[in-house]
Design a protein. Structure first.
Length: 749
């Protein structure tokens, strides 16, 4: 600190008086602690500030500290446990840590049935059970996918729970499973033999790729570390050049590898390994089997600071100013029912010189008081939240959006709505089991605070349509998520018009996702409980396709209007191209044919706008096929439903063949004729032309204009609405490129 003269006064023949003020900085945080309960794989951002109330600049920096964690060096040996002696088995091969226990595979001295041994943290043998296939050595390596333990013997993958019950048995295609890991980031298995290439397989055991053997590296154990700082996530346990044991790592994207360390503090032969943060919540450790004698060895890999991040990390705060900070607490990949305690240690040149702010994160599965942020885009959104807000009144929840003039309208599945511009709301309140339509003028987000709902909580569905919430915190493929109600599910739709129809074994919905709402139509009252793992085979052979929104074609993708119907288009598998749906010559939906099928959302008119931006209720539509650059009308046969637009209807059609290009300017057909309200008129243009279609009565009086615009060559359909006209005979006059013709139609009421 220094002194400064604030005021100097010099008087003749008197003593000079000086008033001094001490220059100092002050460190004043807006929060003195942070404590949060989060569900697994969720995160939260705290925003806070530090003020400097002093009269000098404040220079500061912040570090994260774990006060209860010993200071361990990387690759420091933490402990060993002699499993050979405890289990009386000299053929210990693989190890994984799950459910707070070590699961160890053993060959049982090659004298009896192969075993899985279960040890507690202290190395005490708790129980054992037989492996699922008997061979000389049994399962050589084990891995954990978060739900099941996996091991392989003679090409068969065995997935079993922590009680020892076999859940899955998969015949694998990889060349070897001597060493085996599960890649949790990409949901796949990776395996190898001592001198083989590295094999990559999907969850069903199908071989999807290989990585060349890194040099002359010999593989005895594999492990996966998602947090490797270099992106080399695959770790290999083998022999060192100067030591018995060494660890290398591989970049799975390009096959590059590097030596991590040669281990000198333990001697023996390498076996299976795993990398986990379940043994010590503050650390990543590598657990390996070292043979002769066979034992578990545990090495420190990294201290886990990743659950709390602070920014910025250093800076200067001027006098009488403040700095904004962001603290992120992240429960992604953390053990459940664990508590993490840390500190933000600020060192500064303010009064005191150091400020410590405690940080506590509890990870709990179950009902948690937390928040959800819903991202809203321009136009119509279909949203839900898997928590029950403390504040249920939608006017209060949407107040910030209304104040910013962003919210245009909100609707529930029962027809209730909120219109801020009319100061009207009859939505009873936000319910955790329901979804909501929200129309926005711009992008924004809304935060809901309340108690979460368990993913297994049932949702009572009533016969017919409703908008439902999505409970799980992670994506689930729609046909799996809804599999328990597939026998009563007529159709499910997302906010983009993608749909799942069990009766036709078709879905282009993809994954259901947190924060989104879903339309569901069931044929009777039923209880929905979301399925998030394959419990049993689902009926049928469901065709899964990508949405046109994720893989668009050449035809435009229609904007969401808040209402649609579902159209399933089938055809011969040899037919390719894109299908456009047209109402009054305007595109109202499109899809891309793949393998003889595609699902299309036919969008209806948005009644909240002043323009017609979709099909009108009851309006006929026609189909055109874009193939080889040509857009031609195409014939079809109705298999189910109607070829007119009705909101939330379902129609299934089979394409027949494209209509040949016409050779004359004329009205081709008008049907039905006679008609009682609506009639479809087809007209042909062999060349591009300005087209006029007008209706006259028999006295020659002009009644209405149907078409007056330019059209490309092709066959077109328009609609004549005679609902406001008297019964009688009318003449429709067609004009194009100097060609004129008339067509007589009869209206009968």
């Amino acid at each position: 600190h220094s002194l400064v003269a604030e005021e100097v006064e010099v008087l003749e023949d008197e003593v000079t008086e000086l008033d001094f003020e001490l220059l100092h900085a002050e460190f004043t945080p807006s929060r003195d602690e942070f404590h949060l309960v989060l569900e697994p794989d969720n995160d939260h951002i705290f925003e806070f500030e530090v003020a400097n109330g002093g009269n000098a600049p404040l220079v500061w920096m912040v570090e994260r500290n774990l006060p209860e964690v010993p200071d361990l060096e990387v690759w420091e040996l933490r402990e060993t446990q002699n499993t050979q002696e405890t289990a009386d088995d000299d053929q210990i091969n693989g190890v994984v840590f799950a459910a707070d226990h070590y699961f160890v595979s053993g060959g049982n001295n090659r004298e009896d049935d192969n075993k899985i041994y279960v040890f507690n943290r202290d190395g005490e043998l708790i129980r054992e059970f037989d492996q699922f296939h008997q061979s000389d050595y049994g399962i050589r390596d084990l891995c954990w996918d978060g739900e099941l333990i996996w091991g392989a013997d003679e090409g068969i993958l065995y997935g079993f729970d922590t009680d020892g019950e076999l859940v899955h048995e998969i015949e694998g295609e990889a060349g070897s499973y001597r060493s085996l890991i599960y890649d949790s980031d990409n949901e796949r298995f990776i395996s190898a033999d001592i001198t083989s290439d590295i094999y990559i397989s999907d969850r069903d055991g199908h071989l999807t790729g290989t990585i060349d053997r890194p040099g002359d590296l010999r593989t005895y154990g594999l492990a996966y570390w998602p947090d490797d700082p270099d992106g080399y996530n695959l770790y290999i346990f083998g022999r060192g050049e100067e030591t018995d044991l060494a660890v290398s790592k591989v970049n799975l994207e390009n096959g590059d590898f590097s030596l991590v360390t040669e281990i000198a503090d333990v001697r023996g032969r390498p076996g299976g390994i795993c990398i986990t943060n379940l043994l010590d919540v503050y650390s990543w450790v590598l657990i390996g089997i070292v043979q002769n004698p066979d034992r578990i060895a545990i090495w420190q890999l990294a201290t886990n600071y990743g659950w709390f991040e602070i920014e910025p990390e250093e800076g200067v705060i001027e006098a009488e100013a403040s700095e904004n900070f962001r603290l992120v607490l992240d429960a992604t990949g953390l053990p459940i029912d664990a508590t993490f305690e840390g500190e933000l240690v600020f060192t500064h040149d303010g009064i005191g010189g150091e400020t410590i702010i405690p940080v506590t994160l509890e990870v709990q599965e179950g009902e948690v008081h937390t928040y959800r942020e819903l991202d809203l885009s321009i136009g119509w959104n279909l949203v839900s939240a898997n928590l029950q807000p403390d504040e249920e009144d939608v006017e209060v929840l949407m107040a910030d959006l209304v104040e910013a003039d962003l919210l245009e309208m909100m609707k529930d599945g029962s027809g209730h709505f909120y219109r801020p511009d009319y100061n009207f709301n009859n939505i009873p309140g936000w319910s955790v089991n329901e979804g909501y339509q929200v129309k926005m003028r711009d992008y924004a987000e809304v935060r809901l605070v309340g108690w979460t709902v368990l993913r297994e909580e049932p949702i009572d569905l009533e016969s017919g349509w409703q908008i439902i919430s999505y409970y799980p915190n992670f994506p689930i493929e729609a046909t799996l998520a809804l599999s328990r109600i597939e026998e009563h599910l007529v159709i499910a739709k997302d906010g983009y018009g993608n749909f799942y129809i069990p009766a036709w074994d078709y879905s282009n919905m993809g994954d259901m996702r947190t924060g989104r709402g879903y339309y569901v139509n069931v044929d009777e009252d039923v209880e929905l409980v979301y399925v998030f793992e394959h419990e049993e085979a689902m009926s049928g052979n469901i065709i899964h396709q990508s949405s046109v929104y994720t893989e668009p074609g050449l035809l435009p993708v229609h904007s969401r209007t808040g209402s649609n119907m579902s159209l399933l288009v089938t055809t011969d598998p040899s037919m390719t191209g894109e299908v456009g749906i047209y109402a009054s010559d305007e595109l109202v939906g499109s899809g891309v044919i793949r393998d003889g099928i595609c699902g299309i959302a036919v969008w209806g008119d948005d009644l909240t706008t002043d323009v017609i931006d979709g099909a009108i209720e009851g309006e006929p539509f026609e189909l055109k096929l874009l193939c080889d650059g040509n857009l031609n009308q195409i014939g079809y046969t109705l298999l189910s439903g109607k070829d007119v637009y009705n909101q939330d209807a379902l129609s299934v059609i089979k394409l027949t063949e494209s209509v040949d290009m016409p050779d004359e300017f004329a009205i081709v057909s008008a049907y039905p004729n006679p008609f009682n309200s609506l009639m479809k008129l087809n007209y042909s243009l062999p060349e591009a032309a300005n087209v006029k279609l007008n209706v006259f009565d028999l006295a020659g009086r002009h009644i209405t204009e149907l078409v007056n615009s330019r059209r490309q060559a092709g066959i077109y359909t328009t609609t004549f609405d005679g609902s406001d006209l008297a019964s009688g005979i009318y003449m429709i006059r067609f004009e194009a490129r100097g060609h004129t013709s008339q067509y007589k139609v009869t209206l009968v009421k």
